[in-house]
Design a protein around this ligand. Sequence first.
Ligand SMILES: Nc1ncnc2c1ncn2[C@@H]1O[C@H](COP(=O)(O)OP(=O)(O)OP(=O)(O)O)[C@@H](O)[C@H]1O
Ligand SMILES: [Mg+2]
Length: 256
Amino acid sequence: MSDAPGPDTPAVIEARDLTARFGSNTLFRHVSFDVRRGEVFVILGGSGCGKSSLLKLMIGLVPPAEGRVGILGTDVWSTEGAARLALLKRLGVMWQQGALFGSQTLLENVEMPLAEHTRLPAAARAEVARAKLGLVGLSEAADRLPSEISGGMLKRAGIARALALDPPILFLDEPSAGLDPITSAGLDALIRDLSRSLGTTFVVVTHELASILAIGDRCIMLDKEAKGMIAEGDPRELRDHSTHPTVRSFFRREAA
Ligand SMILES: Nc1ncnc2c1ncn2[C@@H]1O[C@H](COP(=O)(O)OP(=O)(O)OP(=O)(O)O)[C@@H](O)[C@H]1O
Ligand SMILES: [Mg+2]
C-alpha cells in the first residue's frame, strides 16, 4: 500500500502551455499542470470543452497546436519511432466510447493487449488476464460475452483490459457515464483501491461531482468560454473556497 501522494511526489506527467485546436476551432490555450506519481488526477469541465481532446494530446494521439507533454521523463511529441511506441505501450487507456469486442469473452478481451504486445504463451496470457479480472471483481464473469454483463461490469472489464500490461499510468475517460449512482460509487471505490494498492497513477475525466470528491486527489477544470483552465487543486478546497463563479457553481450545483 502506498500513501496518498503529496506536494513532494515527483511528476509523471508534465503538461506545459498546451493549446488544442482543430482547424479554426481553438478548444483551450496555455494549459499547464503536473500529474504526480500515484495520485488520482481528475479533469473536469462541461461538455465540449476539450477533456477527451486533452487526453489525446497527453497520450500521443492528437498533436497539440502548441506546447509539450512529458510522460515518465520522455517528451511525447518530440520522441519518434520505437522509443515513442515503447512509451505509449506503457499507458493504459479506457475511452469514453471504449467498447470491448462483442464476439470475444471478457477473458479474451483482456488477453488481447497481451497477445499484441508480449511474447507470453497462451496459458500465461490467460493467467495474467484472469488475475486482472480478479482485481476488478470479475473472476466469475471471465467466460461471458460483453452482451451478457451489466454496464458497470463492462466498465470494470474495460479497466481490467487497460491494466493488462501493468501500466504505471491509467487514463479513464468518463468511467461512470451512464451508470446508476450505486454502481458508480462501486467503480469509484475500485479506482481508489487500485490506486492505493497498485500505486498506479490515474488520470480520470468525469463530471460526476460525487466521483470527483470520492476519488480525486487533485483536479483541473477546463472551460469552453474561457478556452482554458479555470481551476487547479484539491477538489474539496475548490468546493469550499473557490471564488471563480463557474467553479463555484459547478461544485455547489448552482446555476451560474
Ligand atoms: N478530431 C477532431 N476533429 C475536429 N474537431 C474535433 C475533433 N475531436 C474533437 N473535436 C471538437 O472539439 C470539441 C471538444 O471535443 P472533446 O471531445 O474534447 O470534448 P469533451 O470535453 O470531451 O466533451 P464531452 O464531455 O461531451 O465528452 C468538440 O467541439 C468537438 O467537436
Ligand atoms: Mg469527452
